[in-house]
Ligand binder design. Structure first.
Ligand SMILES: [Zn+2]
Ligand SMILES: [Zn+2]
Length: 126
């Protein structure tokens, strides 16, 4: 791990624990969209500055979710209203469970690891 991966605080505010950073593969948070992105800042809906038709500069707050270029470009309000963060992909969780670089993290968070393992075992069994 490293600076390219960190816990997603915005998602945490929505009651979802997941990871963010450009090293994290994900899908667009638009409910019906499955475009693959990563949770880097380039895909994050953040505070941004826009120009109105009168050439006035306005500031728009972002929702903190991650979208593909197409859905990011729609703007946050009202397009992203009521969306909830999608959970991490199975691919990513598998990586956290197996990659060597995550060994220190696994040792520090045995409960989270146990939960992830349990979920993956259930998926395999079903
Ligand atoms: Zn999308
Ligand atoms: Zn937004």
């Amino acid at each position: 791990m490293g600076y390219s991966v960190y816990e997603d605080r915005d998602a945490h505010d929505h009651g979802v624990s997941r990871w963010a950073g450009y090293g994290v593969p994900a899908v667009c948070d638009w409910p019906t969209c499955s475009t693959e992105i990563n949770r880097g800042l380039g895909f994050k809906c953040e505070r941004r500055y826009m120009e109105t038709e009168d050439g006035e500069e306005i500031e728009e707050d972002g929702c903190g979710l991650y979208f593909c270029i197409e859905h990011l470009a729609l703007g946050c309000v009202p397009e992203h209203d009521g969306f909830t963060p999608k959970p991490d992909t199975a691919e990513w969780e598998q990586w956290m469970l197996t990659d060597e670089s995550w060994e220190p993290w696994r040792q520090e968070h045995p409960e989270v690891v146990a939960q992830l393992r349990q979920r993956h075992d259930l998926e395999k069994a079903s």
